[in-house]
Ligand binder design. Structure first.
Ligand code: SF4
Length: 394
């Protein structure tokens, strides 16, 4: 197969891997070479174009949701390291991409598939002297030496945990064991700590394919943040693929993915614990209310909060106030007493969300009561009436 055809196939195949929660996938067709560029959004908001591609979509595994599971009838191919490194260099020189995201099916066995990926990135680094961003997937069950080599070459490594726990994973794959996924994350964390490598780590869950709850997903996510200092977890709503065992399984609504990202943000940035989040009786986040609002609504004893004396942690519990705005409010407080919503420096939308929960110099923001009624009416129905099962919400 020609390289142009391979990139069409293996670039499209990589859409199932997530490299940024805000990513938008844009196939950009150049005149002479069909290639796929995805945008990862950095913490500072800059969009970075990446070549996101599989080394191979040939796989010996049997993940029930996957278009490339072994035995499924689909076109298959693989890049040689030389082909892929040369193609990437060409795209960099043409300023079409600024980084590489490389994943792969388990082609042959884990050792051989990993060797091919490492050989590709080695060429990218050494022959083509590319100094920029490389995100390298570590395959399930990878050996310690391969993980160490990945940490030498990449800025970010990831292992897709896919499901929160062994019995959930068993529903997705007869071959994969949870330890083949968690083990490499632990090994990577140990090696980067021992060798003082500044390499970040992420993981990804397939949401809704294994009957798992949001609580299960977020509980494992919190453990990984704590134990292996994961940078991010990504959540990918399940979509059925024709010709797989799960082709008749309903797709996961995207709002579930969205709620998981919101809750994940609360864990990482706001100091929330999983057991503080509000779940329905199935263990799912509420479809009709964002997780922070749901927490505030179910903790009326914490409110209203006096903005002029609240700690940063207390401010962070107020809907509409995030880490940046909490710091900004603390700085504004040093200039004088905050008396009006305008003094908080929030956007109008954020001020509207915060108003029902705060006091300003001992007084409720003037239009708080009407706001409270409007917001409570809007959100409480969703919060308390629509918690009987996420599948029925939309
Ligand atoms: S390991 Fe599983 S998810 Fe990855 S390519 Fe193979 S079958 Fe698909």
């Amino acid at each position: 197969m020609a390289v142009e055809d391979k990139i069409g196939l293996l670039g499209r195949a990589a859409q199932y891997d997530v490299c940024s929660a805000c990513e938008s996938v844009h196939p950009r067709e150049a005149a002479d070479i069909g290639h796929w560029v995805s945008y990862a959004v950095r913490a500072d908001g800059k969009r970075v174009p990446l070549l996101k591609v599989l080394q191979s979509n040939i796989c010996e595994n049997d993940c029930a949701y996957c278009a490339f599971r072994s035995g499924r009838d689909t076109p298959r191919t693989a890049f040689t390291p030389d082909e892929l490194a040369r193609l990437f260099d060409e795209l960099v020189r043409r300023r079409l991409v600024e980084g590489l995201f490389l994943s792969s099916g388990v082609c042959g066995n884990v050792g051989r598939a990993t060797e091919r990926m490492l050989a590709t990135v080695e060429l990218v680094r050494k022959r083509y002297a590319f100094p920029g961003y490389v995100h390298l997937k570590i395959l399930p069950g990878a050996e310690e030496a391969a993980i160490a080599a990945s940490l030498e070459l990449a800025n970010r490594v990831s292992v897709n945990v896919e499901a929160p726990g062994s019995h959930r994973l068993r529903a997705l794959s007869k071959h994969k064991e949870i330890e083949q996924l968690l083990g490499p994350l632990r090994t990577a964390h140990r090696l980067r700590t021992e060798n003082e490598k500044r390499v970040s780590m992420t993981t990804q869950f397939v949401v809704g394919a294994a009957g798992e709850s949001d609580r299960e997903i977020l509980s494992l996510t919190a453990v990984l943040y704590r134990e292996v200092r994961l940078s991010r977890a990504y959540f990918s709503a399940f979509r059925p693929v024709r010709g797989t065992p799960l082709e008749g399984h309903p797709p996961t609504p995207t709002w579930r993915e969205h709620r998981l990202y919101q809750a994940d943000f609360l864990l990482r940035q706001y100091g929330f614990r999983v057991d503080e989040l509000v779940f329905d009786e199935m263990g799912h986040l509420l479809a009709g209310a964002d997780p922070k609002w749901a927490w505030a609504y179910s903790h009326p004893d914490h409110f209203p909060i006096e903005v002029n004396t609240a700690t940063r942690d207390e401010l962070l519990r107020v809907p509409g106030i995030g880490p940046q705005s909490a710091d900004d409010i603390l700085a504004r407080r040093r200039q004088g007493r905050l008396r009006t919503l305008k003094d908080l420096g929030l956007s109008p939308a954020a001020a509207r969300r915060a108003a029902p929960w705060i006091l300003l110099a001992g007084r409720r923001p003037e239009f708080q009561l009407s706001l409270w009624d409007a917001v409570a009416e809007e959100e409480s129905g969703a919060l308390f009436k629509e918690t009987t099962g996420y599948a029925s919400h939309r």
